[in-house]
Design a protein around this ligand. Structure first.
Ligand code: AMP
Length: 418
Protein backbone atom coordinates (compact mmCIF):
# COMPACT_ATOMS: atom_id res chain seq x y z
CA UNK A 1 0.00 0.00 0.00
CA UNK A 2 1.27 3.46 -0.82
CA UNK A 3 0.06 6.84 0.36
CA UNK A 4 -0.57 10.23 -1.18
CA UNK A 5 -1.08 13.59 0.52
CA UNK A 6 -4.71 13.89 1.75
CA UNK A 7 -7.27 15.41 -0.62
CA UNK A 8 -7.03 19.17 -0.78
CA UNK A 9 -3.44 19.26 0.51
CA UNK A 10 -0.14 19.36 -1.33
CA UNK A 11 3.54 19.03 -0.59
CA UNK A 12 5.77 22.06 -0.91
CA UNK A 13 8.94 20.61 -2.39
CA UNK A 14 12.36 22.00 -3.20
CA UNK A 15 13.24 24.05 -5.14
CA UNK A 16 9.79 25.80 -4.98
CA UNK A 17 9.82 25.50 -1.18
CA UNK A 18 12.48 28.24 -1.00
CA UNK A 19 10.11 30.53 -2.91
CA UNK A 20 7.39 29.64 -0.40
CA UNK A 21 9.62 30.67 2.49
CA UNK A 22 10.64 33.84 0.67
CA UNK A 23 6.99 34.82 0.15
CA UNK A 24 6.12 34.11 3.77
CA UNK A 25 9.05 36.26 4.90
CA UNK A 26 8.35 39.08 2.44
CA UNK A 27 4.69 39.31 3.51
CA UNK A 28 5.56 39.56 7.20
CA UNK A 29 8.56 41.87 6.89
CA UNK A 30 6.64 45.16 6.56
CA UNK A 31 4.73 44.32 9.76
CA UNK A 32 7.96 43.57 11.61
CA UNK A 33 9.34 46.90 10.35
CA UNK A 34 6.30 48.63 11.87
CA UNK A 35 6.94 47.12 15.30
CA UNK A 36 4.59 44.16 15.11
CA UNK A 37 5.96 41.31 17.23
CA UNK A 38 5.81 37.59 16.49
CA UNK A 39 3.20 35.42 18.20
CA UNK A 40 2.60 31.69 17.85
CA UNK A 41 -0.59 30.10 19.08
CA UNK A 42 -1.65 26.42 19.01
CA UNK A 43 -2.85 24.93 15.74
CA UNK A 44 -5.94 23.63 17.55
CA UNK A 45 -8.22 25.50 19.92
CA UNK A 46 -11.47 24.88 21.79
CA UNK A 47 -14.18 24.42 19.19
CA UNK A 48 -16.36 26.98 20.99
CA UNK A 49 -13.75 29.70 20.41
CA UNK A 50 -14.36 29.59 16.66
CA UNK A 51 -18.11 29.08 17.00
CA UNK A 52 -18.35 32.27 19.07
CA UNK A 53 -15.51 34.21 17.49
CA UNK A 54 -15.91 33.50 13.80
CA UNK A 55 -19.70 33.06 13.96
CA UNK A 56 -22.03 30.03 13.93
CA UNK A 57 -23.76 31.13 10.74
CA UNK A 58 -20.61 31.34 8.64
CA UNK A 59 -19.67 28.62 6.15
CA UNK A 60 -16.30 28.35 7.86
CA UNK A 61 -17.86 27.31 11.18
CA UNK A 62 -20.98 25.50 10.01
CA UNK A 63 -19.44 23.47 7.19
CA UNK A 64 -15.68 23.64 7.04
CA UNK A 65 -14.16 22.98 10.44
CA UNK A 66 -11.92 20.03 11.23
CA UNK A 67 -13.42 19.23 14.63
CA UNK A 68 -12.49 16.22 16.73
CA UNK A 69 -12.71 14.95 20.26
CA UNK A 70 -9.40 14.33 22.00
CA UNK A 71 -8.83 11.40 24.35
CA UNK A 72 -9.92 13.58 27.27
CA UNK A 73 -13.32 14.19 25.69
CA UNK A 74 -12.63 17.85 24.73
CA UNK A 75 -14.01 19.17 21.49
CA UNK A 76 -11.09 20.71 19.60
CA UNK A 77 -10.85 22.25 16.14
CA UNK A 78 -7.88 22.73 13.81
CA UNK A 79 -7.75 26.48 13.37
CA UNK A 80 -9.61 27.65 10.26
CA UNK A 81 -8.16 31.17 10.67
CA UNK A 82 -5.71 32.97 12.93
CA UNK A 83 -7.42 35.97 14.52
CA UNK A 84 -9.64 34.16 17.05
CA UNK A 85 -6.66 32.29 18.56
CA UNK A 86 -4.52 35.43 18.70
CA UNK A 87 -7.23 37.45 20.45
CA UNK A 88 -7.84 34.52 22.82
CA UNK A 89 -4.12 34.70 23.71
CA UNK A 90 -4.24 38.49 24.11
CA UNK A 91 -7.13 38.10 26.58
CA UNK A 92 -5.73 35.06 28.42
CA UNK A 93 -2.34 36.69 29.01
CA UNK A 94 -3.74 40.20 29.50
CA UNK A 95 -1.44 41.59 26.82
CA UNK A 96 -3.87 44.52 26.65
CA UNK A 97 -2.70 45.62 30.14
CA UNK A 98 0.62 46.72 28.66
CA UNK A 99 1.39 49.21 25.93
CA UNK A 100 -1.39 49.73 23.39
CA UNK A 101 -1.90 48.94 20.62
CA UNK A 102 -0.76 45.36 20.97
CA UNK A 103 0.82 44.70 17.58
CA UNK A 104 1.33 41.08 16.59
CA UNK A 105 2.15 39.08 13.48
CA UNK A 106 2.11 35.35 12.85
CA UNK A 107 2.36 32.77 10.11
CA UNK A 108 1.23 29.22 9.80
CA UNK A 109 -1.18 26.65 8.45
CA UNK A 110 -4.97 26.83 8.60
CA UNK A 111 -7.51 24.13 7.86
CA UNK A 112 -10.88 24.32 6.15
CA UNK A 113 -12.90 21.46 4.75
CA UNK A 114 -13.55 23.19 1.42
CA UNK A 115 -14.14 21.82 -2.05
CA UNK A 116 -10.58 21.71 -3.37
CA UNK A 117 -9.79 23.53 -6.61
CA UNK A 118 -6.99 25.64 -8.02
CA UNK A 119 -5.98 28.04 -5.23
CA UNK A 120 -8.36 26.56 -2.70
CA UNK A 121 -6.97 23.95 -0.35
CA UNK A 122 -7.93 22.23 2.87
CA UNK A 123 -4.53 23.04 4.35
CA UNK A 124 -3.20 26.47 3.45
CA UNK A 125 -0.78 28.98 4.89
CA UNK A 126 -1.47 32.52 5.96
CA UNK A 127 0.65 35.36 7.27
CA UNK A 128 -1.41 37.46 9.67
CA UNK A 129 -1.08 40.77 11.51
CA UNK A 130 -3.29 42.28 14.21
CA UNK A 131 -3.30 45.67 15.97
CA UNK A 132 -5.38 45.50 19.15
CA UNK A 133 -6.66 47.96 21.71
CA UNK A 134 -6.53 51.35 19.98
CA UNK A 135 -9.34 52.62 17.83
CA UNK A 136 -7.50 54.96 15.51
CA UNK A 137 -8.32 55.11 11.79
CA UNK A 138 -4.61 55.64 11.20
CA UNK A 139 -4.04 52.08 12.39
CA UNK A 140 -6.54 50.84 9.81
CA UNK A 141 -4.53 52.65 7.15
CA UNK A 142 -1.26 51.33 8.56
CA UNK A 143 -2.36 47.73 8.51
CA UNK A 144 -3.69 48.00 4.94
CA UNK A 145 -0.46 49.67 3.82
CA UNK A 146 1.63 46.88 5.35
CA UNK A 147 -0.12 44.25 3.22
CA UNK A 148 0.17 46.49 0.17
CA UNK A 149 3.91 46.86 0.76
CA UNK A 150 4.34 43.12 1.21
CA UNK A 151 2.83 42.39 -2.20
CA UNK A 152 4.78 45.20 -3.80
CA UNK A 153 8.06 43.99 -2.30
CA UNK A 154 7.47 40.68 -4.05
CA UNK A 155 7.20 42.48 -7.36
CA UNK A 156 3.46 41.91 -7.78
CA UNK A 157 1.63 44.49 -9.87
CA UNK A 158 -1.67 42.91 -10.87
CA UNK A 159 -3.45 43.16 -7.55
CA UNK A 160 -6.22 45.52 -6.44
CA UNK A 161 -7.34 46.65 -3.01
CA UNK A 162 -11.11 46.50 -2.47
CA UNK A 163 -12.29 48.61 0.43
CA UNK A 164 -15.53 49.33 2.24
CA UNK A 165 -17.01 50.01 5.67
CA UNK A 166 -19.45 47.59 7.27
CA UNK A 167 -20.68 50.07 9.87
CA UNK A 168 -21.02 49.22 13.55
CA UNK A 169 -23.61 48.18 16.14
CA UNK A 170 -25.28 51.57 15.82
CA UNK A 171 -25.91 51.69 12.10
CA UNK A 172 -25.70 48.11 10.92
CA UNK A 173 -28.90 46.75 12.55
CA UNK A 174 -31.05 49.41 10.87
CA UNK A 175 -29.31 48.86 7.54
CA UNK A 176 -29.71 45.10 7.93
CA UNK A 177 -33.48 45.50 8.38
CA UNK A 178 -33.60 47.76 5.31
CA UNK A 179 -31.71 45.22 3.23
CA UNK A 180 -33.91 42.39 4.46
CA UNK A 181 -37.01 44.31 3.44
CA UNK A 182 -35.47 44.81 -0.02
CA UNK A 183 -34.54 41.11 -0.34
CA UNK A 184 -37.97 39.93 0.77
CA UNK A 185 -39.52 41.28 -2.45
CA UNK A 186 -37.07 39.49 -4.75
CA UNK A 187 -37.65 36.32 -6.72
CA UNK A 188 -35.11 34.07 -5.00
CA UNK A 189 -34.96 30.39 -4.00
CA UNK A 190 -35.65 29.15 -0.47
CA UNK A 191 -31.98 28.71 0.37
CA UNK A 192 -31.18 32.30 -0.53
CA UNK A 193 -34.28 33.45 1.36
CA UNK A 194 -33.00 31.64 4.45
CA UNK A 195 -29.61 33.28 4.00
CA UNK A 196 -31.35 36.65 3.75
CA UNK A 197 -32.87 35.97 7.17
CA UNK A 198 -29.67 34.87 8.88
CA UNK A 199 -27.05 36.99 7.14
CA UNK A 200 -28.54 39.30 4.48
CA UNK A 201 -25.19 40.94 3.67
CA UNK A 202 -24.00 37.61 2.33
CA UNK A 203 -26.74 37.70 -0.34
CA UNK A 204 -25.14 40.84 -1.79
CA UNK A 205 -22.15 38.68 -2.63
CA UNK A 206 -24.21 36.18 -4.66
CA UNK A 207 -22.55 35.77 -8.05
CA UNK A 208 -25.40 33.93 -9.83
CA UNK A 209 -26.69 36.07 -12.74
CA UNK A 210 -30.36 35.55 -11.80
CA UNK A 211 -29.75 36.91 -8.30
CA UNK A 212 -27.21 39.50 -9.38
CA UNK A 213 -29.65 41.04 -11.85
CA UNK A 214 -32.12 41.72 -9.03
CA UNK A 215 -29.56 43.31 -6.72
CA UNK A 216 -29.31 46.55 -8.69
CA UNK A 217 -30.68 49.21 -6.42
CA UNK A 218 -30.14 47.22 -3.23
CA UNK A 219 -29.43 49.53 -0.30
CA UNK A 220 -25.71 49.68 0.50
CA UNK A 221 -24.13 49.89 3.94
CA UNK A 222 -21.82 52.77 2.95
CA UNK A 223 -24.89 54.88 2.17
CA UNK A 224 -26.30 54.25 5.63
CA UNK A 225 -23.30 54.70 7.91
CA UNK A 226 -23.91 56.55 11.17
CA UNK A 227 -21.95 59.79 11.72
CA UNK A 228 -19.00 58.33 13.62
CA UNK A 229 -18.62 55.42 11.17
CA UNK A 230 -18.69 57.80 8.20
CA UNK A 231 -16.02 60.01 9.77
CA UNK A 232 -13.93 56.94 10.60
CA UNK A 233 -14.14 55.70 7.01
CA UNK A 234 -13.25 59.14 5.62
CA UNK A 235 -10.21 59.27 7.89
CA UNK A 236 -9.00 55.84 6.80
CA UNK A 237 -9.25 56.82 3.14
CA UNK A 238 -7.53 60.15 3.70
CA UNK A 239 -4.57 58.46 5.38
CA UNK A 240 -4.34 55.83 2.63
CA UNK A 241 -4.32 58.60 0.04
CA UNK A 242 -1.56 60.39 2.02
CA UNK A 243 0.78 57.46 1.57
CA UNK A 244 -0.14 56.62 -2.01
CA UNK A 245 -2.13 53.43 -1.41
CA UNK A 246 -4.80 53.10 -4.09
CA UNK A 247 -8.10 51.37 -3.47
CA UNK A 248 -11.43 50.69 -5.14
CA UNK A 249 -14.69 51.27 -3.34
CA UNK A 250 -16.35 47.88 -2.95
CA UNK A 251 -19.70 48.57 -1.26
CA UNK A 252 -20.82 44.96 -1.75
CA UNK A 253 -17.72 43.38 -0.29
CA UNK A 254 -18.62 40.81 2.33
CA UNK A 255 -16.21 38.49 4.01
CA UNK A 256 -16.62 34.94 5.20
CA UNK A 257 -16.08 35.71 8.87
CA UNK A 258 -18.75 37.37 11.02
CA UNK A 259 -16.58 39.50 13.27
CA UNK A 260 -15.80 42.31 10.82
CA UNK A 261 -17.15 45.84 11.28
CA UNK A 262 -16.25 49.25 9.94
CA UNK A 263 -13.13 49.08 7.73
CA UNK A 264 -13.15 45.88 5.67
CA UNK A 265 -10.92 45.06 2.72
CA UNK A 266 -9.71 42.42 0.38
CA UNK A 267 -6.75 42.17 -2.00
CA UNK A 268 -7.63 40.44 -5.26
CA UNK A 269 -5.41 39.40 -8.14
CA UNK A 270 -6.52 39.31 -11.76
CA UNK A 271 -4.49 36.24 -12.70
CA UNK A 272 -6.15 33.72 -10.41
CA UNK A 273 -9.59 32.96 -11.80
CA UNK A 274 -12.36 32.24 -9.30
CA UNK A 275 -10.17 32.16 -6.19
CA UNK A 276 -8.92 35.69 -6.73
CA UNK A 277 -8.49 36.84 -3.11
CA UNK A 278 -4.83 36.88 -2.09
CA UNK A 279 -5.53 38.46 1.29
CA UNK A 280 -8.11 40.26 3.35
CA UNK A 281 -9.04 41.64 6.69
CA UNK A 282 -10.76 44.35 8.61
CA UNK A 283 -11.76 45.78 11.93
CA UNK A 284 -13.24 43.44 14.53
CA UNK A 285 -14.06 45.60 17.55
CA UNK A 286 -16.66 43.14 18.86
CA UNK A 287 -14.54 40.00 18.77
CA UNK A 288 -12.83 40.24 22.14
CA UNK A 289 -16.10 40.73 24.02
CA UNK A 290 -17.72 37.94 22.00
CA UNK A 291 -15.15 35.46 23.29
CA UNK A 292 -15.34 36.58 26.90
CA UNK A 293 -12.69 39.31 26.97
CA UNK A 294 -12.86 43.03 27.70
CA UNK A 295 -14.20 45.39 25.05
CA UNK A 296 -11.08 45.66 22.91
CA UNK A 297 -10.92 47.14 19.45
CA UNK A 298 -8.85 45.48 16.79
CA UNK A 299 -7.92 45.45 13.14
CA UNK A 300 -5.93 42.92 11.16
CA UNK A 301 -5.42 40.90 8.02
CA UNK A 302 -4.52 37.47 6.80
CA UNK A 303 -2.62 37.07 3.55
CA UNK A 304 -2.64 33.78 1.69
CA UNK A 305 0.88 32.53 1.02
CA UNK A 306 -0.23 29.78 -1.39
CA UNK A 307 -2.29 32.13 -3.50
CA UNK A 308 0.33 34.88 -3.46
CA UNK A 309 2.75 32.37 -4.96
CA UNK A 310 0.17 31.44 -7.60
CA UNK A 311 -0.34 35.13 -8.36
CA UNK A 312 3.41 35.59 -8.81
CA UNK A 313 3.52 32.64 -11.15
CA UNK A 314 0.51 33.99 -13.08
CA UNK A 315 2.24 37.36 -13.47
CA UNK A 316 5.56 35.78 -14.33
CA UNK A 317 7.41 37.51 -11.50
CA UNK A 318 10.23 35.25 -10.47
CA UNK A 319 11.85 35.06 -7.11
CA UNK A 320 15.61 35.27 -7.05
CA UNK A 321 16.46 31.61 -6.69
CA UNK A 322 19.30 31.35 -4.23
CA UNK A 323 21.95 28.66 -4.75
CA UNK A 324 21.49 25.76 -2.37
CA UNK A 325 25.07 26.17 -1.12
CA UNK A 326 28.09 28.32 -1.94
CA UNK A 327 30.75 25.62 -1.73
CA UNK A 328 30.59 21.91 -2.53
CA UNK A 329 33.15 19.27 -1.51
CA UNK A 330 34.19 16.58 -3.99
CA UNK A 331 36.23 13.86 -2.23
CA UNK A 332 38.24 11.26 -4.12
CA UNK A 333 38.50 8.45 -1.57
CA UNK A 334 37.72 7.85 2.08
CA UNK A 335 40.56 9.86 3.60
CA UNK A 336 39.64 12.88 1.46
CA UNK A 337 36.01 12.55 2.48
CA UNK A 338 36.96 12.68 6.17
CA UNK A 339 39.12 15.73 5.55
CA UNK A 340 36.33 17.47 3.59
CA UNK A 341 33.82 16.65 6.31
CA UNK A 342 35.89 18.80 8.67
CA UNK A 343 36.44 21.49 6.05
CA UNK A 344 32.74 21.91 5.23
CA UNK A 345 31.94 22.11 8.96
CA UNK A 346 34.63 24.79 9.26
CA UNK A 347 33.15 26.73 6.34
CA UNK A 348 29.67 26.66 7.87
CA UNK A 349 31.08 27.80 11.22
CA UNK A 350 32.52 30.76 9.30
CA UNK A 351 29.10 31.52 7.80
CA UNK A 352 29.60 29.99 4.35
CA UNK A 353 26.97 27.50 3.21
CA UNK A 354 28.65 24.24 2.27
CA UNK A 355 27.77 20.67 1.40
CA UNK A 356 29.73 17.72 0.05
CA UNK A 357 29.21 14.48 -1.85
CA UNK A 358 28.40 11.67 0.55
CA UNK A 359 28.48 7.96 -0.19
CA UNK A 360 31.56 7.44 -2.40
CA UNK A 361 30.01 8.71 -5.64
CA UNK A 362 33.12 8.93 -7.76
CA UNK A 363 34.50 12.06 -9.43
CA UNK A 364 31.89 12.28 -12.19
CA UNK A 365 28.83 11.86 -9.97
CA UNK A 366 30.23 14.21 -7.33
CA UNK A 367 31.01 16.93 -9.89
CA UNK A 368 27.50 16.65 -11.25
CA UNK A 369 26.15 17.08 -7.71
CA UNK A 370 28.43 20.10 -7.27
CA UNK A 371 26.98 21.70 -10.42
CA UNK A 372 23.42 20.97 -9.34
CA UNK A 373 24.00 22.52 -5.91
CA UNK A 374 24.49 25.91 -7.54
CA UNK A 375 27.78 26.34 -5.65
CA UNK A 376 30.29 28.93 -6.82
CA UNK A 377 33.24 26.72 -5.86
CA UNK A 378 34.01 23.02 -5.60
CA UNK A 379 36.80 21.74 -3.39
CA UNK A 380 38.25 18.70 -5.13
CA UNK A 381 40.43 16.64 -2.80
CA UNK A 382 42.38 13.42 -3.47
CA UNK A 383 45.04 11.43 -1.61
CA UNK A 384 47.82 13.11 -3.57
CA UNK A 385 46.52 16.55 -2.56
CA UNK A 386 46.42 15.55 1.08
CA UNK A 387 50.01 14.36 0.93
CA UNK A 388 50.99 17.68 -0.67
CA UNK A 389 48.97 19.64 1.91
CA UNK A 390 46.80 21.24 -0.79
CA UNK A 391 43.31 21.10 -2.25
CA UNK A 392 42.02 21.95 -5.72
CA UNK A 393 39.61 24.85 -5.66
CA UNK A 394 37.52 24.84 -8.80
CA UNK A 395 35.58 27.93 -9.84
CA UNK A 396 32.38 26.34 -11.16
CA UNK A 397 31.45 29.34 -13.31
CA UNK A 398 34.75 29.76 -15.19
CA UNK A 399 36.05 26.21 -14.81
CA UNK A 400 39.41 27.52 -13.54
CA UNK A 401 41.14 25.31 -11.01
CA UNK A 402 43.79 26.32 -8.49
CA UNK A 403 45.86 24.32 -5.99
CA UNK A 404 45.66 26.03 -2.59
CA UNK A 405 47.16 25.21 0.83
CA UNK A 406 44.73 23.12 2.91
CA UNK A 407 45.60 24.91 6.17
CA UNK A 408 44.35 28.30 5.00
CA UNK A 409 41.61 27.05 2.67
CA UNK A 410 38.65 28.29 4.74
CA UNK A 411 40.20 31.76 5.01
CA UNK A 412 40.99 31.84 1.27
CA UNK A 413 37.43 30.85 0.33
CA UNK A 414 36.01 33.44 2.71
CA UNK A 415 38.13 36.08 1.00
CA UNK A 416 37.03 34.99 -2.47
CA UNK A 417 33.37 35.04 -1.52
CA UNK A 418 33.34 38.53 -0.04
P1 AMP B 1 -9.87 34.61 5.09
O1 AMP B 1 -9.28 34.09 6.38
O2 AMP B 1 -10.97 33.75 4.58
O3 AMP B 1 -10.16 36.04 5.13
O4 AMP B 1 -8.72 34.43 4.01
C1 AMP B 1 -7.60 35.26 3.91
C2 AMP B 1 -6.75 34.79 2.76
O5 AMP B 1 -6.31 33.45 2.98
C3 AMP B 1 -7.51 34.71 1.45
O6 AMP B 1 -7.51 35.94 0.80
C4 AMP B 1 -6.73 33.67 0.68
O7 AMP B 1 -5.60 34.25 0.08
C5 AMP B 1 -6.27 32.73 1.77
N1 AMP B 1 -7.17 31.56 1.85
C6 AMP B 1 -8.34 31.45 2.50
N2 AMP B 1 -8.88 30.22 2.35
C7 AMP B 1 -8.02 29.53 1.57
C8 AMP B 1 -7.99 28.20 1.05
N3 AMP B 1 -8.96 27.33 1.31
N4 AMP B 1 -6.94 27.83 0.27
C9 AMP B 1 -5.94 28.70 -0.01
N5 AMP B 1 -5.91 29.95 0.46
C10 AMP B 1 -6.92 30.38 1.23
Amino acid sequence: MSFTAPKGTYDILPPESSAFLAVRDALSRPAALAGYEYIETPIFEDTALFARGVGESTDVVSKEMYTFQDKGGRSLTLRPEGTAGVIRAVIEHKLYAGQLPVKLWYAGPNFRYERPQAGRYRHFTQVGAEAVGVDDPMLDAEIIALAWEGYRALGLGGFRLLLTSLGDDTCRPAYRALLQAFLRDLDIDDDTRRRADINPLRVLDDKRPAVLAQLDGAPLMVEHLCGPCAVHYDDVRARLADIGVQWEEAPRLVRGLDYYMRTTFEFVHSGLGAQSAIGGGGRYDGLSAAIGGPALTGIGWALGVDRTLLAMRAEGVGLPTAARVQVYGVPLGAAAAERLFGLTAGLRAAGVSADMAYGARGLKGAMKAADRSGAAYAIVLGDRDIRAGTAQLKDLRSGDQLALPLDSLVATILEKLT
